[in-house]
Design a protein around this ligand. Structure first.
Ligand code: PEP
Ligand code: MG
Length: 328
């Protein structure tokens, strides 16, 4: 078993019949934001940049950030690395910036905070761009976008940072590629603007943790309602199906970087719903690649369509577990 596992890890992610499913890594949440070099992945699908900010006593300087980001980009020189701009607030308050809010998850979080502090945003984006000079594997990701207006505002700042850094690079005889830009699809309001933002972005990344929380109005960290926080809720799955359809309609790459992508039932359904890029914690990579390598794509599509007709998250999980068991 060990060797089958290992060969699935070494091979590119794919279903049994050879449908390619890229498997990327989520990184940055643990205190050691060092990411293990994982040869079996297609890149880093989500680097949460909060950690260096949470671990210090003040905002890290641009140079400090450059060092951190460079280390990560250089670990995967030939693969894309998706760096998400600061997503503090919610359950991740900064120790040196006290914000009192009744509902932090509905409050000053992610892009809302950074657009109100363009200085902090510009320093971070400049640091990411500087770190990517010569490597050119950086992709930028914006968290908590709830409307096209926020995306356009962020794009204007990114473009300013790009002009500055690319000029500095030119003076030093180096060149800087324009990084690909994407948004997290995790605030439900953006679902209704995906067609109109398709031309503004290069990719989408679905955050199923927050999408579930906000779609179901269930706090993702509240033990009392933990049993109704379930990404397999039919409404979440229907939302996921419609996001995948946007990707197909606009030929826009769409990945999933929430916890659902690293769960065997979740990953199987996501591939069946039309996702070809999954991003997960390193401990799930081998398991998911192995699982997919044993499943025919066509059957995954059938299974996903079938569960879309069910009403209960638990039914959906049980049915899909039975399907997986039947596939061996
Ligand atoms: C998500 O919301 O699904 C996600 C991947 O981002 P985070 O867990 O960091 O909010
Ligand atoms: Mg999120």
């Amino acid at each position: 078993l060990q060797s089958t596992f290992e060969s699935a890890l070494a091979a590119p992610g794919q279903t049994q019949d050879g449908t390619r499913v890229e498997v990327h890594l989520n990184a940055g949440l643990s205190a050691d934001s060092q990411i293990a070099i994982n040869q079996g992945v297609d890149g880093v699908g989500l680097f949460r940049t909060e950690v260096p900010f949470l671990m210090q006593r003040r905002f890290p300087s641009e140079d400090e950030q450059v060092k951190q980001y460079r280390a990560i980009l250089a670990s995967y020189p030939d693969k894309p690395v998706v760096m998400r701009t600061l997503d503090i607030g919610g359950d991740k308050p900064l120790p040196y910036l006290s914000v009192e809010e009744d509902n932090p998850f509905l409050g000053w979080r992610g892009i809302r905070f950074t657009l109100d502090h363009p200085d902090i945003f510009l320093i971070q984006v400049r640091a990411m761009l500087r770190a990517s000079i010569g490597l050119n594997n950086l992709k930028l990701l914006l968290p908590m976008i709830s409307g096209r207006n926020e995306l356009l505002e962020a794009k204007a700042l990114i473009s300013r940072a790009y002009q500055e850094v690319s000029q500095e690079a030119q003076h030093a005889g180096q060149s800087l590629n324009i990084p690909l830009l994407g948004i997290m699809v995790e605030v439900p309001s953006i679902l209704y603007q995906l067609d109109s933002i398709a031309r503004d972005v290069d990719f989408l990344s679905v955050g199923t943790n927050d999408l579930t929380q906000y779609l179901l109005a269930v706090d993702r960290n509240n033990a009392r309602v933990a049993d109704i926080f379930d990404a397999l809720h039919p409404s979440v799955l229907h939302a996921l199906a419609s996001i995948a359809a946007v990707g197909t309609r606009h030929q826009l790459p769409v990945s999933v970087c929430g916890e659902l992508a690293g769960d065997p039932v979740g990953a199987s359904l996501l591939v069946g719903l039309g996702y070809h890029q999954l991003s997960m914690n390193t401990r799930n990579v081998a398991k998911i690649k192995y699982l997919l390598s044993r499943l025919p794509h066509e059957r995954l599509v059938m299974q996903a369509n079938q569960v879309l007709t069910l009403d209960h998250p638990s039914e959906i999980r049980t049915a899909t577990e039975a399907f997986l068991a039947a596939q061996g």
